[in-house]
Design a protein around this ligand. Structure first.
Ligand SMILES: [Zn+2]
Length: 189
């Protein structure tokens, strides 16, 4: 499934920012707020844009706030409350006044960028992520945003599988749950 390759990359950025910048739990362990926000923010952006430039401390701070807002959208979809998710995304679209603009750089073909009001990198990402999530929520794949269902993990994901049966943030959590199920049946692999 491919919403549109650029929208896809934007949604991966939203997932990356939530997973790198919002505290909670990850793969069975506590996930405290990152000590090195600058690296964590860059890593989040590179989940969708592998060559994204480094970020400044100020930008990282802004991205932390954006990530917290984005998490709310994933949480709402995961609990089946699409209406609440839509309300939050519409709020972000209004606040950022997401504005589309065709752009071409780094040898890429023309593609849509979304700009925010202040002309800042973090503001542009807030507008972009809001738009990317809006495209998902406005499609037949509106329930494809999720929060890992493994114990002690609240990292998020976007399910791009054909049949939409993804339940975990990654193979590590999937294997953790599988192993626990085997043990519960007395068949330790
Ligand atoms: Zn997980």
């Amino acid at each position: 499934m491919d919403f549109n390759s650029h929208a896809d990359a934007i949604v991966r950025v939203a997932v990356g920012l939530v997973n790198e910048l919002t505290p909670g739990e990850r793969r069975g362990r506590a996930f405290p707020p990152p000590r090195d926000l600058v690296s964590a923010a860059a890593e989040g952006l590179r989940a969708g844009y592998p060559n994204h430039r480094e970020v400044t401390e100020g930008e990282a701070g802004e991205l932390v706030e954006i990530a917290a807002r984005l998490r709310g959208v994933f949480d709402a979809v995961a609990t089946g409350d699409i209406d609440a998710a839509v309300l939050q995304v519409n709020g972000l679209l209004e606040e950022t006044r997401a504005r589309p603009l065709l752009d071409r750089h780094d040898g890429e073909p023309w593609h849509l960028h979304f700009h925010g009001p202040g002309g800042t990198m973090a503001g542009d990402w807030a507008a972009s992520c809001a738009t990317g999530l809006a495209i998902v929520l406005g499609s037949e794949f509106h329930d494809r945003l999720g929060v890992c269902t493994a114990p002690h993990c609240d990292r998020v994901y976007v399910d791009v599988s054909r049949n939409g049966t993804r339940r975990f943030c990654g193979t590590a959590c999937q294997n953790r749950v599988k192993t626990a199920a085997f043990r519960a049946r007395g068949r330790v692999p």
